[in-house]
Design a protein around this ligand. Structure first.
Ligand code: RIB
Length: 308
């Protein structure tokens, strides 16, 4: 079983369904609104835990009711919240609008996520973990401190440069495995990506920066894995009816980390993560739609591919 530390964001997602996303200045009628536990860090932690990993979450929550609820939900998942710091301010909030095609737009107010500091990390012993999952929804100084401390402890970092805005290119070479979507890969490589061949060009340019492994997810097309040993694996996405794409990428990352660092082979881990992400896309909300291992394996069985 993989022992995973996730250092990242925890948000309350306030999700409104609409027929079409509004254009600037437009007021439209919503079809319904729900409150869902989210945040890239917490979503990845939840996905890894539901895929059988032992998970510890580190990050900042506020003193408000959302903070209390998100804390309790993580504990209900069996996630160790000993490294979650409670900060005297509001919990991170994501205002998400989802249209009839499952596409979304997100406004993120980081709140307590940005108050979690490098100082808060000091008591955390990184050597206890097989791998650390990191994103870009917490303070820059924390990500830098994590990369430094992980290097010193010899623990690999899986980096998800999301959101890509404000992401430091210097962090790339300090990560072992980079997992990013095509938009993030375009922003970091400068290569426009519309298919697997362009994704390969982008992947090569990212590997040249000094990362050992890179996975570019391409939505409904699947994912591309490349490494510095010359391995290249294209994994197709499983076709599903998209309800809400929120947290699909987070699910892929958490599920991949749980399976790969838990001892599953690379190809099987990529199929497993792809199936987990497909199931997330078929349900509404972030953590509310992340599947457990048994659901992923049953889905893979139905699709005629098994990783057991
Ligand atoms: O990746 C999806 C997540 O991004 C949402 O849960 C939201 O909280 C934003 O952080």
């Amino acid at each position: 079983m993989a022992n995973i530390l996730v250092i990242g964001s925890m948000n309350m997602d306030i999700v409104s369904q609409v027929q079409c996303l509004p254009v600037p200045g437009e007021t439209i009628q919503g079809l319904g609104t729900g409150f869902h536990a989210g945040g890239k860090g917490a979503n990845q932690a939840c996905a890894a835990s539901r895929s059988g990993a032992k998970v510890t979450m580190a990050g900042g929550l506020g003193t408000d009711a959302f903070g209390t609820e998100l804390h309790r939900k993580l504990q209900d998942e069996g996630i160790d919240t000993g490294a979650v710091a409670i900060k005297p301010e509001t919990t991170g909030i994501a205002l998400i609008t989802t249209d009839a095609w499952g596409e979304n737009s997100i406004i993120l107010s980081p709140g307590a996520n940005y108050s979690y500091s490098a100082e808060d990390l000091k008591t955390l012993d990184f050597t206890r973990f097989d791998v650390i999952l990191l994103q870009n929804e917490i303070a820059e100084t924390v990500n830098e401190a994590v990369l430094e401390k992980a290097e010193a402890a010899g623990v690999p970092v899986v980096m998800n440069p999301a959101p890509v805005s404000g992401f430091k290119r210097a962090w790339l070479s300090r990560s072992k495995l980079l997992i990013l979507n095509e938009i993030e890969a375009e922003a970091l490589s400068g290569v426009r990506i519309t298919d697997f061949s362009e994704a390969q060009t982008a992947g090569r340019s990212l590997l040249a920066v000094g990362i050992s492994q890179v996975i570019i997810t391409l939505g409904s097309k699947g994912s591309l894995y490349m490494d510095t040993d010359g391995r290249l694996i294209e994994t197709p996405a499983y076709p599903v009816q998209a309800v809400d794409t929120t947290a699909a990428g987070d699910t892929f990352i958490g599920a991949l980390a749980a399976s790969y660092y838990g001892g599953m082979g690379l190809k099987d881990s990529l199929h497993y993560a792809s199936a987990a992400a497909a199931l997330t896309v078929s349900g509404a909300g972030a953590q509310s739609s992340i599947p457990v291992k048994e659901q992923v394996n049953a889905f893979l069985g139905r699709m005629g591919s098994s990783t057991d």
